[in-house]
Design a protein around this ligand. Sequence first.
Ligand code: NAX
Ligand code: ADP
Ligand code: K
Length: 507
Amino acid sequence: MKELLTAAQMRAIERAAIESGEVTGLELMERAGRGVVEAVFAQWPELISAPQKAMVLCGPGNNGGDGFVVARLLKARGWEVKVFLYGDPARLPPDARVNCERWCAMAGLAPPDRAREGDFAADLYVDALFGIGLTRPLEGAALECIRTWNTGRAARTVAIDLPSGLCSDSGRRLGDAAVRAALTVSFHAPKLGHHLASGPEHCGRFVVVDIGLRPVSANGGLTLVTAPGAGCLTKSANAHKYSNGHALILTGGAGRTGAARLAARGALRIGAGLVTLAVPGSAQQEVARQITALMLQRLEDGAELAALLADRRINALCLGPGLGVTRARELVEVVCGGAEPRPTVLDADALTAFGDTPEELFAMLHERCVLTPHAGEFARLFPDIVDKLNAPAVKGPAYSKVDATRVAARQAGCVVLFKGPDMVIAAPDGRCGVNSAQYDRAAPWLATAGSGDVLAGFITGLLARGFDPMRAAETAAWLHVECARSFGPGLIAEDLPEELPKVLRGL
Ligand SMILES: NC(=O)C1=CN([C@@H]2O[C@H](COP(=O)(O)OP(=O)(O)OC[C@H]3O[C@@H](n4cnc5c(N)ncnc54)[C@H](O)[C@@H]3O)[C@@H](O)[C@H]2O)[C@@H](O)CC1
Ligand SMILES: Nc1ncnc2c1ncn2[C@@H]1O[C@H](COP(=O)(O)OP(=O)(O)O)[C@@H](O)[C@H]1O
Ligand SMILES: [K+]
């Protein structure tokens, strides 16, 4: 598990290290600047051989301080470096001021309106305007300069810590402009904003450098979802099929069974011992023609479902994919309303069915449910939360997808998995993970019809295998992205379950 930090947590870690006497703020700033220069040369090796020209835009805080270090290190290598300061040198914080003075002893400073005149076409542009300290939109000369960089010549733009204009805790632009970097170099650990919302689009390539701070676990359980332990998905040698669980997936009527079949295939591939599709009579032939290892059970209505659930070996359910909203509404009430409710994934139509009456759904849900809304479904169930998320971000820290999903999980009383490349998974107890399909894990091929149905099936299969809901959702989501990356271009939803064995072998 890799932690994702808020700006406040990062500051606390830095403060603790400085107060303990382990390191000075000045030394941390030097390491940060050195880390940026090394990352720049790793990204653009063509800059190493001969001195080049750099333009460094420093801001009024410690992000600016890092910029002065970078400027000095490049100049020491013979580069021609121009530094522009947005702010009053006399009001810089102490470490940044020391580095500003060191720079001024070597060369001059210019005001930022000069940084956009275009009289100095640089080989490298360094954004050291704002990092984790940005609290309001860019304005004045800073804004003008960033706009020029974005529209103009600045192909090699490196952002120090965070592209200026981006909120560190939410990944949202404060106001409407933020640096579009080709490379972003952050320190110690990724921040939320590097992975959420517009963050990845602005960061370009993203690198975290070690500046010698000790790992501390102080963030209330917010992690980047990473590979599950190799052992947790194996099957025990002496298990029989029922010890791996029995998942029940409910389908809609004729012509609408594809989505549930995709989910069922996913549940089976991820290792549920048995998977049954519960099908209305109208669709029985259609489904029977399509399946082999999957089992089929005719099921017309809620009364028949209640009777079927007398079989306690059915230990996980999936409702929603292709179910139809009328059937979904009836069946969800049976599944969630009964005594001893079972682990259940509610997706697609099972969520839409309660779009007008989310409170009725929440009243039935229990802590072993998992809701898997995409943005549209999330907005129908949690309109107030989405209003906050959609309100213009003008003040940092801005309301984030993590805030939204955490509140949704508390309201619903169960795990909520909010889809997207910046997927957030939250439990009502505050645990929260971000399954980021970005940077090295980008999986754009997942934007294909039916991929969400497979994800619902993966989660259901893991619930059947006895995973707790939060772990089932995180593990399934991680594997889902890995299947897409492993298959690559041309992926369609059917390929995801078929790619899973290869991904599992690689764990
Ligand atoms: N926290 C740490 O552990 C480390 C921090 N370092 C650097 O320090 C940075 C954080 O420094 P700071 O806390 O000084 O924050 P910043 O340098 O990001 O900027 C904060 C300053 O800008 C002002 N400000 C915010 N929004 C503004 C706007 N729109 N227009 C004008 N002024 C605005 C704030 O009032 C504050 O004075 C990090 O991003 C990183 O680059 C590094 O030196 C390494 C270690
Ligand atoms: N560009 C993308 N990058 C990574 N993952 C994506 C992207 N677009 C969609 N996804 C993922 O694909 C799945 C789509 O689910 P959903 O919207 O429910 O589609 P469907 O209903 O067609 O199955 C989700 O897991 C979502 O997170
Ligand atoms: K920056």
